[in-house]
Design a protein around this ligand. Sequence first.
Ligand code: IPM
Ligand code: MG
Length: 372
Amino acid sequence: MPKYKIATLPGDGIGVEVMEAAKIVLEKLALDAEYIHGDVGWEFWCKEGNPLPDRTLTLLENTDCCLFGAITSKPKEEAQAELSPHLKEKGLSYRSPIVRLRQELNLRTNLRPCKAYPGNPLNYRDDIDLVVFRENTEDLYSGVEYHPVPKEVRDILDQTHPRMGRFKEVPNEDMAISLRIVTKKGCENIIRDAFEYAASQNRKSVTVVEKPNVLRETSGMMVRTAREIAKEYRNVELWETNIDAMCMWLVKNPEDYGVLVTSNMFGDIVSDLCAQLVGGLGFASSGNIGDDYALFEPTHGSAPKYAGQYKVNPTAMLLATKLMLDWLGEKERAENLEAAIALAIKVGKVRTYDMGGSSTTLEVAQEVANKL
Ligand code: IPM
Ligand code: MG
């Protein structure tokens, strides 16, 4: 029996293409694993009314970890319009499968390294080495939203919040509410993960990125928790920066920062900024990590406009594969894979369009495999 069972969920669009790229390097690495395909994505929303079928959740339960491609998400009206006719009247609503997976499997930590590999012509600077720790299950992405706002909810808000007075004349159907839910446990977990990582990698600081001057309770809880936990780590300094200023500092002096820790939505936003500093989403990988399961994916989406052309950069997916190997405890394979990716970038013989070349997705993967 193989040592590992790995679920592979290519999903939509170029997710399929970058998954093929990952398979090329995994084969070369001779990882002792069985790969089991799972259905996820737009096709299953349209055909079955569920982009994350139950059989896929069962598959994940029976595997060690998951490698995930990309999925297409569309706004409410478009999602309804593309449903199969027999599903249209059933009151189904589309929910992002990746957000659902993070919540249902409690993959509470989203690890997003953004490193400038030497020789990448797209680097903003060559000395950037950032890691974003994004809380992955709470915050504005908890999925607790109202529209129209039920009368009971408005009544409670009117009682508890005098500031609601200025919305008095707004009809329920002209108001929408999304709740920013943050828990102490959620803050502790993500902050501890960031500090543990910083300590183990000899990083000098962890920057907590929030907005406690306005979001006094939710961001306040994150920052207060960071101050408590920081006391346990003598060799790692805690820095505090507001999200808006952070975006500015990351453009001004990204090399000053190392480990960033933040809540779900700020992490979503700031991690795209960090990705662009090191060449864009083609170089950005994510690990969605829980206590005993993890899912690895490129940070990019399904890029419908490039689907089927095998032209997108597979580096993000290959770096996600490296994160998976790390998590499985396959340190040597992980290091070798990262070194091969770095070497392929440095040599620069095989490059996809984003890097100014015309190589295909699979040619890049093959080049990395050759360098292993
Ligand atoms: C990401 C993506 C997702 C998110 C989308 C696809 C729901 O942007 O992984 O950063 O918002 O988390
Ligand atoms: Mg995002």
